[in-house]
Design a protein around this ligand. Structure first.
Ligand SMILES: N[C@@H](CCC(=O)N[C@@H](CS)C(=O)NCC(=O)O)C(=O)O
Length: 239
């Protein structure tokens, strides 16, 4: 089985951590998003959506991180706590997985792009009012993560880590990669992060996040000229 991944990407990190943590055998196929490899001919045959992560298992190709996580969980019969059979626990996880795309994911990614990628690609700083508005959205999502999804439980679905926590933590770490400490002043979120990190294992957590936590330095070294294919997307999505 092949997994096409770039650990700069949050959904790639969730798939990577899940596969490694559960000792699922796979070939790591590095797909460099910054080099535009998602637009190459070879990757188009794997995933026409042209996003990472993607999976190939024999003749079977699959896109979308949540679908990939569920495929891996079912195929390799991973421990139940990741996606419990209990109706309401599973519903709680599905609720989080359904919500997060347009909330934490969208707002955390936006901060990462506004603070780090856009100044690099366009050569200009993003206006402060855009940054303030994006931060307000992210703060709103983080508050919902704490108040609605974590509440006073150790993890989103209760006593154990689940796919919901895994998908949540990788997204929460994305703005951190741009130098924004989202844990400051948020003891509940910090304590949850510590529990998720311990459940995953610090070594694996750190390995998966090494690239994003070094993003400020890495982005400085990128050649802006080679990133211009991102410009239309930036103008449409972020500015
Ligand atoms: N809903 C998809 C999102 C995948 C996605 O947006 N991947 C981004 C990286 S985080 C990507 O491949 N972007 C490349 C591009 O847009 O050119 C999933 O969960 O897998």
């Amino acid at each position: 089985m092949e997994l096409y991944l770039d650990l700069f990407s949050q959904p790639c990190r969730s798939v990577y951590i899940f596969a490694k943590k559960n000792n699922i055998p796979f070939e790591f196929k590095q797909l460099s998003l910054m080099d535009g490899e998602q637009y190459g001919e070879e990757f188009g045959k794997i995933n026409l959506i042209r996003k990472a992560p993607a999976l190939r298992d024999g003749d079977f190709c699959l896109a979308e991180s949540i679908a990939i996580l569920l495929y891996l969980a079912e195929k390799y019969k991973t421990p139940d706590f990741w996606y419990p059979p209990d109706l309401q626990q599973r519903a709680r996880i599905n609720e989080y997985l359904s919500w997060q795309h347009m909330a934490i994911r969208m707002h955390g990614s936006k901060i990462f792009w506004l603070r780090l990628m856009i100044p690099k690609v366009l050569g200009v700083d993003v206006p402060q009012d855009k940054l303030d508005a994006a931060l307000e959205d992210l703060n709103g999502s983080l508050k919902l993560l704490e108040d609605k999804f974590i509440q006073d439980r150790p993890f989103i679905a209760g006593e154990h880590i689940s796919l919901a926590d895994l998908v949540a933590i990788v997204e929460v770490m994305q703005p951190v990669g741009s130098g924004l400490d989202v844990f400051e002043g948020r003891p509940k979120l910090s304590a949850w992060r510590d529990r998720v990190q311990a459940a995953i294992g610090k070594e694996l957590f750190d390995e998966a996040h090494q690239i994003i936590l070094g993003a400020q330095e890495r982005v400085k070294l990128l050649d802006a000229g080679k990133l211009q294919f991102f410009k239309p997307k930036i103008l449409k999505l972020f500015l």
